[in-house]
Design a protein around this ligand. Structure first.
Ligand SMILES: NC(=O)c1ccc[n+]([C@@H]2O[C@H](COP(=O)([O-])OP(=O)(O)OC[C@H]3O[C@@H](n4cnc5c(N)ncnc54)[C@H](OP(=O)(O)O)[C@@H]3O)[C@@H](O)[C@H]2O)c1
Length: 221
């Protein structure tokens, strides 16, 4: 990406885990980075999303990221939870894209999940709403392309963050042994992928979903 003037990046969920690592990687590339916490923008609260968009107005790079939903099977999920995570994982991002301008030649990255391609019975909310929003971003990638804005969905497998520790508890070490590489991913590996795309300006990658799961998924595409 051409950096004669300092460019801006907005990273949602930029205060922990993958988001924080992305903030560090983009800062190292010379971006002026807004590392947004849940206090700055709560994607489950549409008024908070609109306030954030009014404050920030525009950006060169937007990283759509947020907190994950509870691990629940279909019959355990309440109507309130469906509505909360509908906003948090889907509608909040849609509203933000309508209200926050991404500049010509920019990038939009979505931090999603590898369950996009293999939905999980234990993570129904995540599987359902992330698939819905990945679909929206795929559609939008065609219209953003007219401004040379590139849309990329990253579909991470297990990554060593507070979220994974909360999901696996004391069983984390044992769980890691079951993974193809014998370990979960590092947040830095997600951040380095994004930084490499931006640094090398790989614009033709538009509209893709990239699995970053250490070979965990069984799907070919
Ligand atoms: N780690 C994994 O194995 C894994 C795998 C696949 C997908 N994912 C998904 O990837 C995303 C990031 O995961 P992570 O592991 O990096 O998570 P994390 O370490 O728990 O960080 C979550 C970040 O999101 C922010 N956040 C929480 N609730 C929010 C809300 N309602 N609105 C806006 N921001 C909110 C947090 O801000 P505060 O610091 O202010 O709380 C924090 O910065 C999550 O959606 C997660 O479900 C994770």
């Amino acid at each position: 990406m051409e950096m004669s003037i300092k460019k801006k990046a907005v990273v949602l969920g930029g205060t922990s885990g993958m988001g924080q690592a992305i903030v560090e990687a983009l800062s190292a590339l010379g971006f002026s980075v807004v590392a947004a916490s849940k206090k700055d923008i709560d994607t489950s609260d549409l008024e908070s999303v609109k306030r954030f968009a009014r404050k920030e107005q525009h950006t060169d790079i937007l990283v759509l990221n947020t907190g994950g939903p509870p691990a629940k099977q279909f019959f355990e999920i309440t109507e309130t939870e469906w509505l909360t995570y509908h906003n948090q994982l889907f509608l909040g991002f849609c509203v933000l894209l309508k209200e926050l301008a991404v500049k010509r030649n920019g990038y939009i990255f979505l931090i999603s999940t590898h369950h996009l391609r293999e939905p999980s019975a234990k993570l129904v909310l995540s599987s359902a709403y992330r698939l819905a929003f990945a679909s929206v971003l795929k559609i939008l990638s065609k219209s953003y392309a007219a401004q040379n804005i590139t849309c990329v969905t990253i579909a991470p497998g297990p990554i060593k963050t507070a979220r994974l520790t909360a999901l696996k508890g004391d069983g984390l070490k044992e769980f890691e042994k079951t993974l193809p590489l014998g370990r979960a991913g590092e947040p830095r590996e997600v951040a380095d992928l994004i930084a490499a795309i931006v640094e090398h300006d790989i614009k033709y990658l538009n509209g893709v979903i990239i699995n970053l799961d250490g070979g965990l998924s069984n799907c070919l595409f």
